[in-house]
Design a protein around this ligand. Structure first.
Ligand code: CA
Ligand code: CA
Ligand code: CA
Ligand code: CA
Ligand code: CA
Length: 642
């Protein structure tokens, strides 16, 4: 019996014609293939070798004569593959799942076509219903496992010494019941999941992306998917979804930012007479793509050759820097960490402190390695700022001030230079109904001022008096913006205040208590700046002072000159650091941030950037702060070098 029997030797139509004939049938080539197993992948363009995977047949390479040329005897199901970069080019790597032992299997073929067992994971502690791979823009390999318990588990697969691979839990995504099939489009970084044979969903794969999903299509009568989606496959920015009516393969591609229905491959499969197809595996050998559908009834595969579509252009991505430290996670899950400040030790820079607010609990103090040193349960503190050199109880202390949302006060802390301990000294009452952001300003005569704002847009400037043992404050100026503000920062040398109006942009005015209160625009939302605007900080370089803003809406950071017309000099993201011993995720949805040009030694010779991270993953934990050496930002953007 011949291995292949070609049923419909049609020529391929051009992609242009195909996209124009959307939702019409495709003149694709259908043939049948008898192989062991339930998953099959073509290994070369002339169909002379196939990889087959089956629960009772194991993992095998089968040649055109139907002989098994190498095998790995494992009860395996599911099959996905990617081409990963190696020192000598690229290598195809495969993933399957050993359902009898609940282990992930990662494998490749050497030059003699023998199996290399790259990873046999420790047993996974949930029932697995599906598996798919993803190669991200930085060429890192991700794995998604669909759990029967309504979750997709995301892992990073990381090559370690020699042949060994490591599987690092990244995060979990909520799915519906009976989510059995998945596939990832690497170009758009989208995970597709078919759920309950009813709906087809898309999730962003970036570990720093918001956990959300978009409906792509549904079974009739709500969508195009007839009896509903089963197996999924992707290539070159296109998605293929199988539905059993026919059966039919539906093709989608991203147009104008959304995955849209392009066409269906129906008539070519109708003759295949297969009512039991479920899984879909795509082989991409460069010249053509073959979709293989396992036909349980006839115990064979139906092969559908589809033309390789023109690749969709990959979206432009922002440059990334990586954190080298993350602080201990907050005690509470959900939104808790908000705004950091840096206290610089007067003589030993490495003894400096990161002081961060927990907007459900109080103030947290960390060393530069991120270890928690002190916790002050002083109420819901939102923003914090620090200044130096105040005489108190016969000695010189430094001062941290935070906006307290429980009391509508400014909570003032003394920082002991010897013990590095913070002590709550005073709560300065304000007339604000909903105190929100705050920052400090120390003028040339060493007078200390606080700016505090309210959710309603009003700002108070208070003069802080620390001349007696009881610290007090009095309002010296008021002004307002039209909508919700939060972050602000003052330049002590120039007497200039910068403030963010979350949905509008960044404004500036003089920080002097007697100056007029007219606001000048620094930057409006748009371009590189995505709302909300929250964290603002100043980097005092040798030649210029830079303004850094958290562009929360696209998980990035924008660097501007602090002098009009405030040109944008850099825009970047904070990505993950997978260096051995670090394993730190990137930062996203950043609220507050702090930057300093102080030489804190080592990696921090040009100072550092501290940001709140809205989503602490790798593994999933409560929120924290991430620390990035500023020299790494400078090496990415030569314009920022002194
Ligand atoms: Ca937040
Ligand atoms: Ca701050
Ligand atoms: Ca993160
Ligand atoms: Ca905030
Ligand atoms: Ca983390």
């Amino acid at each position: 019996m011949p291995l292949f029997s070609s049923r419909r030797p049609f020529a391929y139509a051009s992609l242009l014609a195909l996209t124009l004939s959307a939702s019409q049938s495709l003149l694709a080539q259908t043939s049948f293939l008898t192989l062991p197993g339930e998953y099959a992948l073509e290994l070369d363009a002339d169909s002379s070798q196939w990889l087959s995977v089956g629960e009772n047949t194991g993992i095998r390479v089968i040649n055109s004569a139907g002989d098994s040329t190498s095998s790995w005897s494992r009860n395996a199901e599911f099959l996905d593959s990617r081409y990963i970069p190696t020192s000598s080019g690229t290598q195809q790597i495969f993933a399957s799942f050993d359902s009898s032992q609940n282990r992930v299997l990662l494998y490749s073929l050497d030059s003699e076509q023998q199996f290399q067992q790259d990873l046999v994971s420790s047993p996974v502690d949930f029932p697995v219903e599906g598996l798919c791979l993803h190669l991200d823009g930085a060429q890192r390999l991700h794995l998604f496992l669909l759990s029967e318990l309504f979750e997709a588990h995301q892992y990073l697969l990381r090559p370690v010494s020699g042949e060994q691979w490591q599987m690092l839990p990244v995060r979990t995504l909520p799915t519906g019941p009976d989510s059995e099939y998945c596939a990832v489009d690497d170009l758009s970084a989208t995970l597709f999941v078919s759920e309950s044979s009813q709906t087809l969903w898309a999730y962003p794969t970036d570990p720093e992306a918001e956990v959300e999903r978009t409906l792509i299509d549904a079974a009739a009568p709500f969508g195009n998917l007839g009896d509903g989606p089963l197996g999924l496959a992707t290539a070159h920015g296109h998605l293929y979804a199988l539905s059993i009516d026919g059966p039919t393969v539906h093709q989608y591609a991203k147009r104008d930012g959304q995955f849209r229905y392009l066409m269906q491959h129906h008539h070519s499969l109708a003759t295949a007479n297969m009512q039991s197809a479920q899984s879909l595996t795509l082989s991409d050998t460069g010249e053509a793509q073959t979709l293989s559908l396992y036909d349980e009834e006839h115990r064979r595969f139906t092969l559908l050759k589809v033309p390789t579509p023109e690749s969709i252009a990959a979206p432009e991505s922002l440059a990334e820097v990586a954190p080298i430290v993350e602080t201990s996670p907050m005690p509470q899950r959900g939104d808790a960490a908000d705004d950091p400040a840096l206290w610089i030790h007067p003589s030993t820079p490495r003894q400096s402190l990161i002081v961060g607010t927990n907007k459900r609990q109080g103030l947290f103090v960390y060393d530069l390695e991120g270890n928690e040193l002190q916790r002050l349960d002083t109420g819901r503190l939102n923003n914090v700022d620090i200044r130096y050199g105040v005489s108190w109880q016969g000695r010189t202390v430094d001062v941290a001030v935070a906006s307290n949302r429980d009391l509508n006060t400014l909570s003032m802390f003394a920082i002991d230079r010897e013990t590095r301990q913070l002590t709550l000294v005073a709560d300065i009452p304000t007339t604000l109904q909903n105190i929100y952001g705050m920052c400090l300003y120390q003028d040339a005569t060493k007078g200390l001022y606080a700016f505090a704002n309210d959710e309603d847009g009003s700002f108070l400037q208070l003069a802080l008096d620390m001349s007696s043992s009881t610290w007090t404050g009095s309002v010296v100026r008021r002004f307002s913006v039209a909508s919700q503000p939060e972050g602000c920062v003052a330049n002590d040398s120039t007497g200039q205040l910068f403030l963010g109006e979350e949905d509008v942009g960044i404004w500036t005015l003089s920080a002097a208590a007697n100056a007029p209160t007219n606001l000048q625009a620094v930057a409006k939302i748009g371009g590189v700046l995505h709302d909300d605007i929250e964290g603002l900080a100043l980097y005092e370089g040798a030649n210029s002072t830079l303004l850094i803003a958290s562009s929360q809406g696209n998980n990035s950071y924008v660097v501007m000159d602090s002098i009009a017309p405030y040109p944008v000099l850099a825009s970047f993201r904070i990505g993950m650091n997978l260096d051995p011993g670090l394993m730190i995720d990137g930062a996203s949805e950043t609220d507050g941030l702090e930057v300093s040009s102080a030489n804190l030694g080592g990696a921090y010779s040009a100072g550092l950037l501290i940001v709140q991270d809205g989503r602490n993953v790798l593994p999933e934990q409560a929120q924290n702060f991430k620390v990035v050496p500023w020299r790494d930002v400078q090496s990415l953007f030569p314009i920022l070098r002194p």
